[in-house]
Design a binder for this molecule. Structure first.
Ligand SMILES: NC(=O)N[C@@H](O)C(=O)O
Ligand code: NI
Length: 170
């Protein structure tokens, strides 16, 4: 087992997350007034992808128990047939952990601290860590894909990556 590496925690921004998907938050450039001016619609912030036989886009709630820190990232997963979005319901910060694909395996994880008003949509087949709730058990609205075939691919690192604490830097 290789030596552990400590990961940097970065603030979640649309730009930094763009290689992995989109950030779901009110983007003024997408806003259009609807319902006679009563409602601001932030339009098409993300696109749900659902491929393969009998593929359907489904809406779920994930109730995540809080992770303990320091936390060791030992694995990543991806969904070959569809995207997956997470939007916090309880307005609490949470962690988003993703990685670039390097020849069919995830590279070094990127860790982003999301606010309680930020969601993300992982594009289809993007490496990510399973839901990482922080502090208290929290609910997330999750939009992803149901259908035929195995939509879960997991990879286990031969090197531990550590998230020491939730202070952002860089
Ligand atoms: N397995 C499952 O439904 N959850 C994961 O995909 C996850 O990203 O949390
Ligand atoms: Ni997932």
């Amino acid at each position: 087992m290789n030596a552990a590496a400590v990961l940097t925690v970065r603030p979640l921004t649309r730009e930094a997350f763009s290689p992995f998907g989109t950030v779901i938050e009110p983007d003024p450039s997408t806003m259009r007034l609807i319902n006679g001016g009563n409602t601001e619609r932030y339009h098409a912030l993300a696109e749900a992808e659902a491929a393969g036989d009998d593929a359907r886009v489904i809406v779920n709630i994930f109730r995540g128990s809080p992770r303990a820190f320091p936390y060791t990232v030992t694995m990543m997963e991806r969904h070959p047939f569809g995207s997956q979005s997470f939007s916090p319901i309880d307005d609490r910060p949470w962690l988003v952990v993703v990685a670039e694909d390097e020849g069919g395996r995830p590279g070094v994880p990127w860790v982003f601290l999301a606010s309680g008003r930020q969601g993300v949509n992982y594009r289809r087949n993007v490496w990510h860590h399973p839901l990482m709730t922080v502090g208290e058990t929290s609910d997330f609205l999750v939009v992803d894909r149901s259908g035929e075939g195995n939509n879960l691919e997991e990879f286990f690192y031969d090197q531990p990556f550590i998230i020491e604490k939730l202070e952002t830097s860089a």
